[in-house]
Design a protein around this ligand. Structure first.
Ligand code: UDP
Ligand code: MG
Length: 340
């Protein structure tokens, strides 16, 4: 059985040597394997370290993006190029322990399509990250899909057919966990203790995490739009009640008051709510706009040790040719009409 390990890397040159030796230790003598590094536009020398390592070992492969396309796009490219019977996805910083891979692969052998590692503890994550993560999973499970497992990130092993299925998702705003849940394939959870990253810093700032959470919600759920309708309805009801009350005050009790404060308050509240609702609609229109453009999900400017090209790859630009292949052999990927 060939095992592909997909690793998105963004400015991780400090962790790569330790990662490689840990992976080799975990996989050696057990499986035939390939490790696909997806360099997500690193600027710190990661690319050089990768090129050097890849030169020395044919089982290591590298895909270099032309710029930073993001963690989820990097995972997508790795899955697109993986040729294994089983495909593992894990972070580069050793927070996802390679020692867990044999156990995950053994579970896959029992007939599951997805083996997901669940974080029991989060060593090294600050209080803020732990609580925001808790809130994130709670909201996502409530708003997006109950099948999204608590504390399960992108550390997973997929069967070949699960990867084939995942390759069909070509949307711009990507949330892998939602896609996996949406597929509904047989999944098993394997709990583990998540350690701190061995070197370097997290690439997910608070702002980036918020953006990720927003993408997760809006790309899989129309609930925010429905909520705005609900709030609009609720406030309209209140407005109607207040209108009746005002007419009663003016016509029956003849107790009209200047009412400046209440008018200002109502005006401010209604304008706020209206703008919020329009903003939400705008957010979804923006998503439609971006999908309508049908742009590629990533641009591969170079690759190393990759001989395997998938001609049916949609929405990907691959500018590098593997040895023995001309660049035109990659063309179907660019020319194929985007799948909706
Ligand atoms: N990563 C990436 N592109 C990005 C951000 C992160 O490829 O724009 C990679 C990063 O190199 C790491 C993984 O995604 O391998 C997870 O990132 P990180 O460890 O910083 O996230 P955290 O574990 O702190 O949530
Ligand atoms: Mg990490």
């Amino acid at each position: 059985m060939l095992v592909s390990v997909v690793i998105p890397v963004y400015n991780e040159c400090e962790v790569l040597p330790a990662l490689l030796s840990a992976l080799r230790r975990a996989l050696a003598n057990v499986y035939d394997y390939e490790i696909i590094f997806v360099d997500d536009g690193s600027t710190d020398g990661t690319s050089d370290v990768l090129r050097h390592s890849v030169n020395e070992d044919q089982r290591l492969k590298a895909i270099f993006f032309s710029r930073n396309f993001g963690h989820q796009a990097a995972i997508t490219a790795g899955l697109d190029f993986a040729s294994g019977d089983a495909v593992a996805v894990m972070d580069a910083d050793l927070q996802d322990p390679p020692e867990l891979l044999p156990e995950m692969l053994a579970l896959l052998d029992q007939g599951y399509d997805v083996v997901s590692a669940q974080r029991l503890t989060r060593e090294g994550d600050g209080v803020l990250k732990r609580y925001t993560a808790k809130l994130f999973y709670w909201i996502i499970r409530k708003m997006v899909d109950e099948r999204i497992q608590n504390e399960v990130g992108d550390f997973r092993v997929f069967s070949h057919r699960a990867v084939t299925a995942l390759r069909n998702f070509r949307e711009q705003h990507r949330f892998m966990r939602g896609m996996v849940a949406w597929l509904g394939l047989r999944e098993i959870i394997l709990p583990y203790h998540r350690t701190a990253r061995i070197a370097g810093e997290t690439k997910y700032s608070l702002w980036k995490m918020l953006r990720f959470a927003w993408t997760a919600i809006t790309s899989f759920s129309a609930l925010p739009l429905r909520l705005s309708v609900f709030f609009g309805f609720f406030i309209s009801l209140c407005g109607l009640g207040y209108g009746i009350y005002s007419i009663f005050m003016a016509k029956v009790l003849k107790a009209t008051v200047p009412g400046w404060t209440s008018l200002v308050c109502l005006n401010v509240i209604f304008s706020g709510v209206t703008l919020l609702a329009i903003g939400l609609v705008g957010e979804y229109v923006a998503h439609i706009y971006e999908e309508a453009k049908g742009r590629p999900l990533y641009v591969v400017s170079d690759s190393a040790n990759l001989r395997h090209v998938r001609p049916d790859l949609a929405k990907a630009v691959i500018l590098s040719a593997a040895p023995g292949q001309s660049e035109t052999e990659y063309e179907p990927a660019e020319k194929k009409a985007p799948r909706a």
